[in-house]
Design a protein around this ligand. Structure first.
Ligand code: IPE
Ligand code: IPE
Ligand code: MG
Length: 249
């Protein structure tokens, strides 16, 4: 005869042996902590931003190996324009030089590039780099890499509403599906996992609409120190999450 204690024990065992989640289809990362990384090494903030570009290729490859199909990197927010001019300049130049130096390699790896955010406030050269890299890689299918630059979740919603009004969308036709199609991320599935480095516990205006049901993972590691082992850790934590989407399991 099965006792109550045994029943509880077997319920616990089945809970523990539950099948882990499959890998996330879409991972979005708030790459934070470059400035603090630099300070902790006695270097200027610009060196932190530079160091924060050196791990990119390895991390992208690690996510591909784990079966991730969409990766979004938050590189510059609509609020980051409020930083000192020289820091903004460094960040604009850095993203342009990374795109130029990496685009051929990314293309040969089968990576499709997308930009999410406002493009009209960026310098002409950077706009051109972004447009050319998107055009070059548009047919690739191994991974979609979205670079969120001059991105803000609130600006995205405002832009979506403006575009709907410009298209004469009628109030009764507005629903979640339609709004989703007016977002910068049109055609990209919602993120399953949002990772933030440097220990901060906030979204900072990132993917406000899309991350409604994303799992959130925060690590104290500064972005330049985020490596393949950290990718493994984040995905391992994700695999153990119980995603309920408001339902009862
Ligand atoms: C992230 O690092 C890069 C950007 C926001 C552009 P930070 O520059 O925010 O670094 P901390 O948070 O000051 O350490
Ligand atoms: C968020 O980081 C933006 C990016 C990582 C690009 P911030 O460093 O700008 O965010 P706050 O100011 O700490 O909220
Ligand atoms: Mg920061």
């Amino acid at each position: 005869m099965t006792t109550k204690v045994e029943l509880n024990a077997s319920a616990n065992a089945s809970e523990q042996t539950q099948i882990p989640n499959p890998p996330p289809e879409h991972v979005a990362i708030i790459m934070d902590g470059n400035g603090r990384w630099a300070a902790s090494h006695g270097k200027p903030r610009s060196e932190g931003h530079r160091a924060g570009t050196e791990n990119l290729r390895r991390i992208i490859e690690a996510f591909i190996r784990h079966g991730v199909r969409y990766l979004t990197l938050f590189a510059f927010s609509t609020e980051n324009w409020n930083r000192p001019d020289d820091e903004v300049q460094t960040l604009l130049e850095l993203v342009d030089s990374v795109i130029r130096s990496e685009v051929n390699e990314l293309h040969s790896e089968g990576i499709r590039l997308r930009h999410i955010g406002r493009i009209d406030r960026l310098p002409t050269d950077l706009r051109r780099s972004i447009r050319e890299s998107i055009e070059l890689t548009k047919d690739n299918t191994r991974l979609t890499l979205c670079v969120a630059f001059d991105y803000g979740g609130r600006a995205e919603i405002v832009d979506a509403v403006r575009s709907m009004i410009a298209d004469d969308v009628q109030a009764e036709d507005v629903n979640e599906d339609l709004l989703r199609r007016y977002m910068y991320t049109n055609g990209i599935p919602d993120p399953d996992l949002v990772i933030r480095t440097s220990g901060e516990q906030r979204l900072s205006n990132f993917l406000l609409w899309q991350a409604a049901y994303a799992e959130y993972y925060s690590t104290s590691v500064y972005w330049p120190d985020f490596n393949e082992a950290e990718v493994d850790r984040a995905l391992e934590a994700y695999s153990r999450r119980k995603r309920r989407f408001g339902k009862v399991r």
